[in-house]
Design a protein around this ligand. Structure first.
Ligand code: SF4
Length: 348
């Protein structure tokens, strides 16, 4: 977002999203490097789909049958090395059918358009990679907490995010990321404008006098800001002209869209494509810059990044919300000083 004086560090969008739930959790996970919790089987299956679909897109296939066939073949070889522990052979077969059904739905609903879009961008680009999975993007922002941390004034920080591939057309470049579900979006899923309750709840999340704690949607808006800025950088590096940048997510592990025929062992699913661009952009900033930006989100992202760079991890300011919403499913309760102190007080 800026060409600053000097870059002091880098952060990841995932780290910032963790810090929005609880800054101490971020410190334990990202600064101290403590690993907690079990491997996430759902994330691992999403990774299989990411790899299978991206490799199918990389094959150059652009019609539905070709994309589906290439992705299913790739999934088949990935699945033979997949060592997830299942309750039974039947469960393992069922999960495999779910993954196959997801590929079929992707090829039918999305694959052709996106494959053609990748082909078009590749023709216009001056080299560079458009297909991941985990294609890295980066946004450089100026830190904005000069009063609290004067030594950070003028410093910049790089924030990293990923998309799984980049598609587009003559007027736009679209970053696409496969996610497990759309649950973190909250009301963003059902809104198409920033103005209104999206803006109000975003602002209230950071207000001392408002009873709003919305870390997931706030994190998604931060992620959108970083991805769009990273896409602008990629667009400029690849010589893709003045195309506008957009960011979409596709949920590929959403059980609510599954339809299972247990008698015939058949699974079907639908895939939704959610474009987060419009719910992020504020029209005033867009009018001033002609870029998909949001001054409020971008400014608050710079402030949150500055507090993390300054190693300010004390959860006390939001303790009531963190204790109610973040602690119950936190993997770090056994090593968290605040949580242990609170439990001791509670027991005493
Ligand atoms: S136990 Fe609670 S306070 Fe401690 S790191 Fe986890 S969420 Fe934060």
């Amino acid at each position: 977002m800026t060409d600053g004086d000097s870059t002091v560090a880098s952060l990841s969008v995932d780290g910032i999203r963790t810090a929005l739930h609880c800054p101490r959790r971020y410190e334990l996970a990202s600064v101290d490097g403590l690993e907690c919790g079990e491997d996430d089987a759902v994330e691992e299956r999403v990774d299989l789909l990411r790899t299978a679909i991206c490799d199918a897109l990389r094959s150059g296939e652009t019609d539905r049958e070709g994309i589906e066939s290439a992705a299913r073949d790739r999934l088949s070889s990935l699945w033979s090395d997949h060592d997830e522990r299942f309750h039974s052979v039947a469960q393992r077969r069922h999960e495999r059918r779910v993954l196959d059904a997801t590929i079929v739905a992707y090829a039918e609903r999305i694959g052709t358009d996106h494959a053609v879009g990748i082909e078009r961008l590749t023709t216009d680009a001056t080299g560079g990679e458009l297909i991941g999975p985990g294609l890295p993007l980066s946004s450089t922002i100026a830190l904005s907490e000069p009063k609290a941390e004067p030594e950070l004034d003028g410093e910049t920080i790089s924030i990293d995010a990923t998309v799984d591939y980049v598609s587009g057309d003559d007027s736009s470049i679209v970053g696409v990321r496969f996610v497990p579900t759309l649950a973190p979006l909250g009301r963003l899923r059902y809104r198409s404008d920033w103005e209104g309750d999206v803006a109000t709840r975003f602002t209230d999340h950071f207000a001392d006098d408002a009873d709003v704690f919305d870390p997931d949607p706030v994190g998604v808006l931060f992620e959108t800001a970083v991805v769009l800025d990273g896409l602008r950088d990629l667009r400029d590096r690849l010589g893709l002209g003045d195309r506008t940048c957009r960011y979409v997510q596709i949920p590929v592990a959403d059980r609510s869209s599954l339809s299972v025929n247990w008698v015939q062992n058949e699974v079907e699913t639908n895939l939704e494509v959610v474009d987060l661009t419009d719910v992020y952009v504020d029209h005033h900033t867009f009018g001033m810059t002609h870029d998909h930006r949001n001054e409020t989100v971008d400014g608050r992202l710079a402030t949150v990044a500055a507090t993390l760079v300054a190693e300010s991890f004390d959860p006390a300011r939001r303790w009531n919300e963190i204790e109610e919403h973040a602690c119950p499913d936190c993997d770090y309760t056994v090593c968290c000083q605040e949580y242990i102190a609170h439990e001791v007080r509670f027991d005493g």
